[in-house]
Design a protein around this ligand. Sequence first.
Ligand code: COS
Length: 379
Amino acid sequence: MNFNLTEEQVLIQKMVREFAENEVQPIAAEIDKTHKFPEATVKRMAELGILGLSIPEEFGGSGGDTLSYVLAVEELSRVCATHGVILSAHMSLGVHPIMKFGTDAQKKKYVPDLASGKKLAAFCLTEPGAGTDAASQLTVAEKKGDKYIINGSKVFITNGAYAESFIVFAMTDKAAGLKGITAFIVEKSFPGFKVGQVEDKLGICASSTTEIILKDCEVPVENMLGAEGKGFAIAMQTLDGGRIGIGAQALGIAQGALEAAITYSKERKQFKKPISANQGIQWYMAEMATNVDAARLLVYRAACMKEEGARFSKEAAMAKLFASETAMAVTTKSVQIHGGIGYTKSYPVERMMRDAKITEIYEGTSEVQKMVIAGNILA
Ligand code: COS
């Protein structure tokens, strides 16, 4: 077991950290306030190859392994969780399923533009009545000649208004239940595709979260991803990978909040000494740092298992469960350590606390992660 990053991973980590500190951190508070999608910095992420990390160069990516991609999500989220989720939804949910389940023709057609960052990707599984119970899809796809006609609506779609390629799940055989779900690659330009309501959220405010409306949406048969009826398994395997990305986002948020608490507690004086001199604060810090490190080990382990091609559903669920609960606990404690000023927008910790909450919810709530973990250990 080797806990050291490779030379290449260290270089990627350094590059993303510099970009995050120099170009993302300065706008993080502003975009949180305006809810404006950070188009300029996402374009910079494309230029730097960040949107193509973990995609082989032959498909237009910048190479790198799963852990390099995780390091990038972590570093972005350390200063701005909005940027972290834009990358994670694009890569884990939008690009990886095409790489894993796509035909050669689909990979050649879609991956280069996505890996170069020319286009963003998204994933449409959730519906108003199909959240945790993802199999209860009402969206239907009916084959008519050389097209599938898709009807339905999806909600809470990350990158919704800015993505151009969407992995969409729909029922091709209602009677077959979860074995009747099929996945498709749907382009924004296809007739019948529309971006609906834009959500106004508690955190990750500048990320685009929208409804997607499919009304007689025409999808060529060659855009079916995997085989008919295999959509649920594709969704679950894609979410296994996505949960590593969200674990990395949570880890980055927790790391950022821990560093903010350390800095503030050394500066802030009460009773003629820095508050960090109080054992109460020191014990908070020790617990926060230990949990952040434990989250990091779980997230990196899941990433390494994915890279090795091993089944990693349980490990991804453990990583997301622990990292997201750590992010919530550490950001809350960081606000507490900052005291009154931490509850204001003068410091980034209140934003981090709002951003952390979603990591316990999306891509499977903490309760879903426990179902997956228990299901695996009791099988
Ligand atoms: N990889 C491959 N196949 C998987 C899988 C995985 N990770 N998870 C489940 N499957 C397969 C199972 O093997 C099973 O196939 P068979 O019937 O051939 O044996 C099938 O899928 C059904 O599995 P299971 O019975 O466990 O499914 P459930 O309907 O009970 O669903 C949960 C279980 C709740 C874990 C699942 O629906 C889930 O993850 N829900 C949350 C969805 C989510 O994250 N939503 C957020 C949307 S994206 S923001």
